[in-house]
Design a protein around this ligand. Sequence first.
Ligand SMILES: *Cc1c(COP(=O)(O)O)cnc(C)c1O
Length: 379
Amino acid sequence: MSLGQAVIDSVAIGANIRHIAAQTRTPLMAVVKANGFGHGAVTVAEAALACGATWLGVTSTAEAMELRSAGITAPMLSWLHRADEEFADLIAANVDIGVSSLAHLHGIAEAAARTGLPAAVQLKVDVGLSRNGILGDDWTELVTYARKHEAEGSVVVRGLWSHLTNADVAGCPSVGQQVTRFHDALQVAHGAGLTPDVVHLANSGAALAAPQTRFDLCRIGLAMYGVDPFWREGVSQRALQPAMTLRTSVVNVKRVPAGTGVSYGPDYVTDRPATLALIPLGYADGLPRAAEGRASVWLAGQRCPIVGRISMDQCVVNAGDLPVSLGDPVIVFGAGTHPGERPPAVEDWAHWARTNPHEILTGIGARVARVTPQEARTR
Ligand SMILES: *Cc1c(COP(=O)(O)O)cnc(C)c1O
């Protein structure tokens, strides 16, 4: 048995997909990049598709192939590639390729000509993020060439899309501006003769908060994993269910007097007698050192603070005067197993570490076993 377990709740993923679909009334692409935000790409993809998601989104050929190798045949878009990549693999696997430059388009058309199969592409415009996507005059050139390749039979333009800047800020004024730029870009593409099946712009935050960003498809990552894109400290309205619960157990316990230094430094000294519980998870497992002095875990029926520095493999919890024994269960974040358990949320951890929940979830290390709720119960 591993020292830490990430319990992945497929039922929660499905329920979140249903909830988001009911809110947006738009087809959904389940974004399962980065190993399904650390949850396991195949597990998440299967759960999301079973509950109504119709597309899958990934960033690379390796991620796309993992899903295809698992027998998943759903429509899929992959969007981050070197221009000189071997696109034939994606074309043969019937994976749509996101295109953000002319060099990529030509590379894809060339691979398609070689394989004798048309490549399905989705052209990405930059509406303000200045990351991937293509701007202004270059967009006009890209859609023109795409239409030319389409006429020759090497590509099929299945989609037109973009990605927003700060869509998780409800009512963010720049969203309107970006939507306008997107509409302009669509017009240019239609003018060039393109007739895509799907047009998409929204991520989780935009899909839930800004109906004008929904178009034909919403790309859902964070919310599917049960994280509230609009989380603020002290305001919890849990419509979404956490898909990952990080659990471990106490591996050492000691009673110490006031004035005892804890962990490296020490940065922390007990101010009264305390029971210290050691848990076998550290920053190598994804507990960020930056959360020092703020983080807590669920132990012995309460939230108890992690004290002193988080080390690579372990950290120390101050359980005060609570009765704690070796082997007692600890919930680092996620869902409680029993009524009345209120463990921290991944959003809390992100707040404590001054980062976003995506980074916490994708940072959960390889030593942490991903298990089903059933497996977790029988261990
Ligand atoms: C990661 C990603 C998403 C998902 O965003 P969430 O905010 O997690 O829903 C959507 N679109 C693109 C292009 C992404 O890279």
